[in-house]
Design a protein around this ligand. Structure first.
Ligand code: GAR
Length: 207
C-alpha cells in the first residue's frame, strides 16, 4: 500500500481528482494519509476534511525564517513518513533537506509542457498568461519527480492541450486542468503505487 501525503496551496481541484480516483478505484494500492497546506484558507483543506483525510496548515509565515520553516516542514513529513509526497498546486519551494530525505519520492504537477513556461515565477495562472502572451497553439501539463531544481526533475508524463482563439488565462487554465492535469496526476500515482515506472539514467521509463 502506497501511503501518500498531498501538499496544496489553493483550490485543491487536483487533490479532489486524486481523492475521487482513490474512491472510484482508479488509483489502487494507495492511501491518502494526510494533506498539508501552506494557506489556512485553502479550499483544499475543506476537501480533505470532507474525504476524512487529516489536513494541517504549515505556513512559512508562522516561522522566524525560511530555514526554521524548512526544518519543521521536513520533520513533519518524516513523522508522517509517506511513501510518496504529491505536490498538487503547492506553491512553496521544497527544501533540499526534504528532497534528500525523500529522494525519488516527491512528484509535482505543472500546468505546461515542461520545459516551456516553467521555473521561477511560473505558477498557477501566470503560466497560462505567459503561454497566451507568447501565442503558443499547444500547451498542456507535466507530472515530474521533484529534485532541487525548479520544475527540473525527471518527467513522468505529459499531455498536450490545444489553445483556442480568444482563450483567457482562466479559460485555458480550466481546459488544461480538465483535459490534462486531473487525468495525469492520478495516473502517475497509480503507476507508482503499482510499480510500473522506474528512473533509468535520470529518465523515467515504463517497466
Ligand atoms: C494547478 O493548475 C497546478 O498545475 C498549478 O497550480 C494549480 C493548482 O490548482 N501548479 C503550479 O503552478 C506549480 N508550479 P488546484 O489547487 O485547483 O489543484
Amino acid at each position: 500500500m502506497l501511503n501518500v501525503v498531498v501538499c496544496v496551496s489553493g483550490g485543491g481541484t487536483n487533490l479532489q481528482a486524486i481523492l475521487d480516483a482513490v474512491r472510484d478505484g482508479k488509483i489502487t494500492n494507495t492511501k491518502i494519509i494526510g494533506v498539508v497546506s501552506n494557506n489556512p484558507t485553502a479550499k483544499a483543506l475543506e476537501r480533505a476534511e470532507k474525504a476524512g483525510v487529516p489536513g494541517i496548515c504549515m505556513s512559512p509565515k508562522e516561522y522566524p525564517d525560511r530555514a526554521a520553516f524548512n526544518h519543521a516542514f521536513t520533520e513533519k513529513m518524516k513523522e508522517w513518513n509517506p511513501d510518496l509526497i504529491v505536490l498538487a498546486g503547492f506553491l512553496v519551494k521544497i527544501p533540499e533537506e526534504m528532497t534528500s530525505a525523500f529522494s525519488g519520492r516527491i512528484i509535482n504537477i505543472h500546468p505546461s509542457l515542461i520545459p516551456s513556461f516553467c521555473g521561477v515565477g511560473f505558477y498557477g495562472l501566470k503560466v497560462h498568461e505567459e503561454a497566451l502572451r507568447r501565442g503558443v497553439k499547444v500547451t498542456g501539463a507535466t507530472v515530474h519527480f521533484v529534485n532541487d531544481g525548479m520544475d527540473e526533475g525527471p518527467i513522468i508524463a505529459q499531455k498536450a492541450v490545444l489553445v483556442q482563439d480568444n482563450d483567457t488565462p482562466e479559460v485555458l487554465q480550466r481546459r488544461v486542468m480538465e483535459q490534462a492535469e486531473w487525468l495525469l496526476l492520478p495516473q502517475a500515482i497509480d503507476d507508482i503505487a503499482n510499480d510500473r515506472i522506474e528512473i533509468v539514467n535520470g529518465q523515467v521509463r515504463r517497466k
